[in-house]
Design a protein around this ligand. Structure first.
Ligand SMILES: NC(=O)c1ccc[n+]([C@@H]2O[C@H](COP(=O)([O-])OP(=O)(O)OC[C@H]3O[C@@H](n4cnc5c(N)ncnc54)[C@H](O)[C@@H]3O)[C@@H](O)[C@H]2O)c1
Length: 300
């Protein structure tokens, strides 16, 4: 895609609040048209009005990303409103977690279907639509620092976010020849309502009952931790930079570098240990498989 975003069209899931709305505003400042998709009607109506009040060409569509059919319908509405889509932000996400054995089965279903399958549906539905107009495009998949680090009590969230990172790495290589970039956004805490994501939990997963987030022991602690994060706007502005530069990994909390580095060091140390392992010592030296080489395709 030409990296001039003016007059291009963005589709953003979870666009009615938090990071998604921040991205919509940032894209609007770049002269883009935006379709925000969200499960929460009242927030959606308010967000569209707010965007329009600041001269952004914005539309809203009610959409549960856990439904492939709903994502498909939202895509058709976006095409009928704006003609084409260039940038897709698979951003909608929810939080659930807690000590081992205490996470309700329906919360596992909910978080997996929104955070993981929602990103699958957004990518599978929109990639052919972007490819078909020939102008190129870009996906921004919202993962988290929890997609880089396993964190106790946050296993359901981490599992979905690691998956988003892995899928983004693979899709980046698959889509690069089609002039479609992929970025995976991995923030630490940002001041949003993520700790209150049960507010939009559909009844098929038990409705709006309180959900353990796995962040802190109480709702108050979870709120305090999320609110100790950074504001939305710089994150959204970083996303604009990332699209323009076609960055694969997008970090916003640079203080986490040392933590990620420590994890990588542990992983490398485990390779070193296996290199001198008695159990493996009889094996002949091996070439890297094609699959392993492919995993590096498209890396910068
Ligand atoms: N806030 C943080 O600290 C933080 C850190 C790292 C990653 N993230 C990720 O950022 C993304 C955005 O979350 P946020 O922090 O802005 O939280 P938020 O709760 O403020 O916003 C999330 C939005 O997603 C919508 N949503 C929830 N379920 C949906 C569904 N099934 N279909 C469509 N929309 C749905 C909500 O209505 C809401 O508007 C999430 O993927 C989250 O995991 C957040």
């Amino acid at each position: 895609m030409t990296r001039d975003l003016r007059d291009k069209v963005a589709f953003i899931t979870g666009g009615a609040s938090g990071l998604g709305l921040g991205m919509a505003k940032a894209f609007g400042r770049e002269g883009m048209k935006v379709m925000i998709a969200d499960i929460e009607q009242a927030a959606l109506t308010k967000a569209v009005a707010e965007l329009r009040a600041s001269q952004v060409r914005a539309e809203g569509v009610l959409c549960d990303v856990a439904s492939r059919g709903a994502v498909r319908e939202a895509a058709l509405k976006t095409i009928s409103a704006f003609g084409k889509v260039h940038v897709v932000c698979n951003n909608a996400g929810v939080a659930a977690g807690g000590p081992l054995g205490t996470v309700a089965e329906r919360d596992w279903d909910w978080i997996t279907e929104v955070n993981l399958l929602g990103v699958v549906y957004g990518t599978e539905v929109f990639a052919p639509l972007i490819e078909s107009h020939g102008e190129g495009g870009h996906f921004v998949n919202t993962a988290s620092m929890a997609g880089m680090l396993g964190i106790p009590n946050m296993e359901p969230y981490c599992a979905t976010k690691f998956a988003v990172v892995a899928m983004s790495e693979g899709w980046a290589a698959q889509l690069a020849p089609k002039n479609i970039g992929v970025s995976v956004l991995c923030p630490g805490f940002v001041q949003t309502r993520i700790h209150e994501s049960h507010r939009n939990k559909p009844t098929r997963y038990g409705g709006q009952e309180t959900v353990q987030t796995g962040v802190g022991d109480t709702r108050e602690q979870a709120a305090a931790m999320v609110m100790s994060g950074i504001p939305v706007e710089p994150v959204a502005n970083r996303v604009v930079e990332a699209i323009k530069d076609n960055d694969l990994y997008v970090f916003t909390h640079v203080e986490f570098r040392a933590v990620v580095e420590a994890r990588m060091r542990n992983i490398l140390a485990a390779f070193d240990k296996s290199a001198t392992s008695k159990a493996l010592s009889g094996l002949a030296p091996r070439e890297l498989s094609t699959l392993a080489q492919q995993s590096q395709a498209g890396r910068k």
